[in-house]
Design a protein around this ligand. Sequence first.
Ligand SMILES: NC(=O)c1ccc[n+]([C@@H]2O[C@H](COP(=O)([O-])OP(=O)(O)OC[C@H]3O[C@@H](n4cnc5c(N)ncnc54)[C@H](O)[C@@H]3O)[C@@H](O)[C@H]2O)c1
Length: 251
Amino acid sequence: MGEEAGGRVALVTGSARGLGRAIAEALAEQGVSLMLVDILADRLEETRAALEAQGASCAAFATDISVRENCIAAVDATISAFGKLDILVNAAALMRFNHATDVPEDEFWRIMQVNAGAPFWFAQAAIPHLLESEGNIVNVLSQSALMGTSYIVPYSMSKAALMQLTKSLAVEYVDKPIRINGVAPGSMMTEISTGATLPEDVDFAKMKRYSGERPPADPAQVAAVVAFISSPKASNVHGAIWTADGGVTAG
Ligand SMILES: NC(=O)c1ccc[n+]([C@@H]2O[C@H](COP(=O)([O-])OP(=O)(O)OC[C@H]3O[C@@H](n4cnc5c(N)ncnc54)[C@H](O)[C@@H]3O)[C@@H](O)[C@H]2O)c1
């Protein structure tokens, strides 16, 4: 693809903290300008200021991406701020541990909206701009897209949907100058995990199956994979799901 090495612009959702922030930092190191998107306005502002202090060109758009109009507005704001869009990274997500029989309806739908709905609406709004820039989309999946993961059934469902969004879009746009890929991380000690509460009576043996033998990754390790896939160096990578899970899904 004809992505230029310099002057690229990326929109990264979930970039107030955790992996999204690490992805923004890794892209900034490559000289990419950034539109940071998250619902946590204060944390987002902290991240924007820190990146700017490191010399990055960035803007922030605080919004709730569970609403379609907000996703479209975030893409529009990127075009207004930078005049183009080269990379869309869908990294925002919600996860809640629960027994499947106890998941409330509102929790189920919010997880679906944030983890699977928003990436679709972002892609819909971004694709015309990405076709113009010959850019790409990277969706952040999870090992939960590739294997059964107990006590997070809606999350696992949403990540499998995001994987199929990635592959189906890749096929639909196979004849166009755009790349669409997914990265599927394993465990990282970010706030999605450290801030989570477990329901009573969980069977830890069922969780051990997806916890892995190796220590949790540093978000920077996964961010490096995302930064590479979104770069011109990965110009032949399209429709791929790259794991970065320390071997968990290898079996
Ligand atoms: N941490 C792990 O073990 C792990 C494992 C596999 C995949 N992942 C994936 O990595 C990605 C980043 O997660 P993380 O680990 O950094 O966790 P995190 O909770 O620190 O980051 C998720 C971000 O998404 C944002 N977000 C949530 N709902 C939103 C909404 N409605 N509107 C806008 N922003 C919203 C949060 O505010 C947060 O900043 C997610 O897609 C997650 O599923 C994480």
